[in-house]
Ligand binder design. Structure first.
Ligand code: HEM
Length: 145
């Protein structure tokens, strides 16, 4: 159909400055270094936690550290190394071997909250991360009580 020339055309509408390109959270925090700091701070707390530490099968937490770091980097818009090496995250399934009670979730979130305090991102970044962590951790529950 012919465009109706009596209507203003897009080209005649005053142009405003183009929107800045949308940045991922990965970009906004400055990339990988932020996630290295966050996940290191988190695993220091896991190491010290009587609830969380016994759940981790490896004597070393370095492998778990790397997996969480790569996962978060991918989730927030950075490189996809996590899925390139580990495949689809299927996080609930991957947590099935570990009993996750509401107390376990509280301990995990407490460790992550402490880690966020330590790395101290901008408030809007913290809010976004926290909303996600609360949702994701609750989703991992696989035990009553
Ligand atoms: C709710 C409490 C949680 C507990 C107790 C828990 C515990 C664990 C344990 C014991 C492992 C195995 C460690 C290893 O990979 O060697 C693991 C793996 C993992 N967790 Fe959690 N987790 C919790 C929540 C979460 C949340 C909220 C996320 C994401 C935001 C997450 C992301 C991961 C990832 C990416 C892995 C590695 C998966 C893989 O590639 O094998 N976890 N978690």
């Amino acid at each position: 159909m012919e465009p109706d020339r009596s209507l203003p055309q897009a080209a005649s509408v005053p142009r405003t400055a183009p929107d800045p390109p949308t940045q991922t959270l990965f970009d906004r925090v400055g990339g990988e270094a932020f996630f290295v700091r966050l996940v290191d701070a988190f695993y220091q707390r896991v190491e010290a936690s009587e609830i969380l530490r016994p759940l981790y099968p490896d004597p070393e937490l370095s492998g778990a550290n790397e997996r969480l770091r790569l996962f978060l980097i991918q989730y927030w818009g950075g490189p996809t190394t996590y899925s390139d090496t580990r495949g689809h995250p299927r996080l609930r399934m991957r947590h099935a071997p570990f009993p996750v009670y509401s107390t376990t979730i509280a301990a995990w979130l407490d460790a992550m909250s402490g880690a966020l305090d330590e790395v101290d991102p901008e408030p809007d970044i913290r809010e976004e991360l926290w909303a996600y962590f609360e949702r994701a951790a609750t989703f991992m529950r696989n035990m009553d009580g």
